[in-house]
Design a protein around this ligand. Structure first.
Ligand code: HPA
Length: 277
């Protein structure tokens, strides 16, 4: 029977006919953050539908193509457009691109997302370094028979976000004058936003930011033995007693402002990480 391993091999066979590089970094560009890929010296752009077994992206602000090239001289593949559970994909489909990045050789996953700010100290368009997470998605991409070629049955999550890479991110942000909060990200299935009662609950759980992505990809990256770095851009404020209806154009506008800061920060982090690693 063909499984994820075989499907990832088929995908990389196709990608390699278009781009012969070996990426060190895999980058996932979240909602409204696709502009980050302009920083990449692009050598190939491959639409998802041309890659075997790749699901195609439908969410607003997501282009649906793999950008291959270098960032500050470091080989990278970037997903312009991620896949979400709420689009109807299984979490194995959502995370398949991370398997492919790993199979191509990527050592570090950098995930970005648009998120709601639960911690009242957060403001619109702020950047948050995700230091830990809470998984409230109703499924897990690692559920099912484990393929030991992909990773261990019971991956440890004591440190899913790599401390040394987070230190590089903090130092870079400080030196560049970019304010970088830190916090706990909670993943919900979506597509609806949360009720006031749910925001109160999530705050009590210890979450600082909430979003509909990232945790599945991080689980698969950890399973595959990758280092992980993740950022949220705060696109709406989730203050239960002052809640305003969320409008997608406003979310995308705030993602754009935060995304410009990430577009400065991430290349610097990648360059420093590559020099150290
Ligand atoms: N909740 C869940 N997901 C989100 C939010 C939110 O408030 N904002 C952006 N993604």
């Amino acid at each position: 029977m063909q499984g994820i391993w075989e499907h990832a091999q088929a995908a990389i066979d196709t990608i390699r006919t278009r781009w012969p590089g070996t990426p060190r970094v895999g980058l996932i560009l979240g909602t409204g953050l696709g502009g980050l890929s302009e920083q990449i010296e692009t050598e190939a752009t491959i639409p998802y539908h041309e890659i075997p077994h790749f699901p195609t992206s439908t969410a607003p602000g997501h282009a649906g193509r793999l950008v291959c090239g270098t960032l500050r001289g470091v080989p990278i593949v970037a997903m312009e457009g991620r896949l979400h559970y709420y689009e109807g994909y299984t979490l194995q489909q959502v995370t398949f691109p991370v398997r492919v990045m790993r199979a191509l050789g990527a050592e570090l996953l950098i995930a970005t997302n648009a998120a709601g700010g639960i911690n009242p100290q957060l403001d619109l368009a702020d950047l948050v370094l995700i230091e830990d997470h809470i998984n409230l998605m109703p499924d897990n991409p690692l559920r099912g028979v484990n393929d030991d070629r992909l990773g261990p049955r019971w991956p440890d999550l004591a440190e899913p976000y790599t401390k040394s890479v987070m230190a590089v991110a903090r130092k870079s942000a400080l030196e560049m004058g970019i304010h970088l909060h830190k916090g706990v990200f909670v993943a919900v299935p979506g597509p609806n936003l949360e009720t006031r009662a749910e925001y109160r609950m999530l705050k009590q759980f210890g979450a600082d930011v909430v979003g509909m992505s990232t945790v599945p990809e991080v689980l698969v990256a950890v399973h595959g033995g990758m280092q992980v770095l993740a950022f949220s851009v705060v696109t709406d404020l989730c203050l239960p007693d002052h809640l305003e209806p969320v409008e997608v154009p406003k979310i995308l506008a705030n993602a754009d402002i935060g995304g410009k800061k990430l577009a400065r920060l991430i290349p610097e982090v990648v360059a420093r990480w590559a020099a150290e690693a």
